[in-house]
Design a protein around this ligand. Sequence first.
Ligand code: CP
Ligand code: NVA
Length: 290
Amino acid sequence: MPRHFLNLDDINVDILKSILKHAHELKAQKFEPPQILRGHTLAMIFDKRSTRTRISFEVGMKQLGGHTVILNMDDIQLSGAESLEDTANVLSRYVDAIMIRMSDHEVLSEFASHCSVPVINGMTDLSHPCQIMADILTIEEKLGNIAGKKVAWFGDYNNVTKTFEQAAPLFDFELVISAPEDIYADAAAPMDAAKDADVIVTDTWVSMGQEGKGIDKFRPFSVTPEIMAAAKDEAIFMHCMPIHENEEVSPAVLKTPACVIYDEAENRLHAQKAILAWCLEEAGVNVAAE
Ligand code: CP
Ligand code: NVA
């Protein structure tokens, strides 16, 4: 079976750690990246908007010598009558790996089951594994290690939260979720969640595809300077972006040195280069190249 990257908890933690180690090395080599993906092509299929995922995968492939083909779902025959199976088989003959962003994780998994090349989850309604790999890379850079840290999540209980839930037992960190009780039964009160946290993290209250939903119940879970003050002195603020200012986070929090959102966004690039190298190792990519 090809090396798919669909969910963090599908993959052995030692492999995830080796991908992160490689990501740190690739970041250190960012001005002279090894050409380990020369001759390889990544197709990217988007059924939703994207800035970071699209650009970081495209630039990452090119930095390592590879190529990309970007496909909007509406423009390919899959959005008409063509089957998942035929699309998977045909794409597998043209490209070396496929990244997809779509809502339904089951459909993504079924598509991957028909592919003979690696498939990478570029975000579904269930999970966003590339984002959390970049987030762990960022936490390791800023705080040295993620094991034993307290990560406090605020706001919605969504695809990004669920991926942190997958990561917590694998990477041995404490995840505390502060969210409205009707969407997360074991939620902590905001100040309890923030107390002594190493990482304060949030995301939009209205994920793509949920436009029009009410947001008033999320307001008590907004990340404010008071929330940051309850965390450890060296705590960092993270957000996968895009941000809705004055909703899930106060503008004042974004202006403090604790805010590491642009490092986090940059780290999508380096984490994904290492993910691509792992996915393509069996296709001849030398992950140890200097
Ligand atoms: N964080 C993230 O996935 O951003 P995009 O939606 O811009 O890709
Ligand atoms: N939870 C958000 C993340 C965007 C990167 C969404 O699904 O829209």
